[in-house]
Write a protein that binds this ligand. Sequence first.
Ligand code: ADP
Ligand code: MG
Length: 263
Amino acid sequence: MPDFENGIKIVNLSFIYHDDNIMILKDINVEINSGEFVCILGQSGCGKSTLLRLLAGLEKPVTGEITVNSKPIKGASLDRGVVFQDYGLFPWLTAGENIKLALEQKFKNRPKNEYRERTLRALNQVGLNESVYNKLPKALSGGMKQRCAIAQAFAIEPSILLMDEPFGALDAVTRARLQDMLIELWKNQNPKKTIIFVTHDVDEAILLSNRIIVLGQSPSRIIHECYVPDTTREKQFEDLEMLKLRNELIRQINKDVASHTIL
Ligand SMILES: Nc1ncnc2c1ncn2[C@@H]1O[C@H](COP(=O)(O)OP(=O)(O)O)[C@@H](O)[C@H]1O
Ligand SMILES: [Mg+2]
């Protein structure tokens, strides 16, 4: 049974952007156990990034609350790592300096050497070698930049990792390699990190997560939830059980889209 310590609880959450009166999220209620890998799935524009920003503490709920380990979220925290689609590295720092800076902020007053060693270990963990340490982000491919962003997020050892379509800008082959890498990183950690991963890609959600939460449109609320059996890249398109799950997810999304289409 997963542990609820460090669990996330979203209670009656609604959200409206200030200077706007359109409700973006309405009555969201979710409990996420520590160590779960949850995908938030939904059409573009439905409010996935908004929900992730609320979880990161970058926005505040209009009603309701989000708690981590029973404490309301108050602003950003180094205990919640965030990885965005656009890599999130400072362009004026090298890949290594980016990771080192995050380490210095999280783990204060350690010997200088330790930061460099931990940075190199973090780069190795995501399949990058020492030569990347001194390269500026602009000298790296999209896949390498995203590996660095993930290395940075894991290096600060947050208990929760929030990921917003981190592989959305990558080609199919690179995306597949990074998906496999992320699954390995998550599985090999003890205790496992809680990962909340936003995507609009049904197949990506099935491959990565052990639970999928589907958001509908305007205002966004949860329209479907399911648990996902452990699977592989091959099995997800061969097993009848997995195909049924996929069809059901697509059916639920289409039903919601149809209910918003003005004929
Ligand atoms: N800063 C903002 N101010 C006002 N409206 C916003 C802002 N950011 C996003 N929105 C609106 O909120 C809705 C949800 O956006 P977003 O959370 O980015 O969706 P998704 O990530 O699912 O594509 C969209 O209609 C978008 O236009
Ligand atoms: Mg988004």
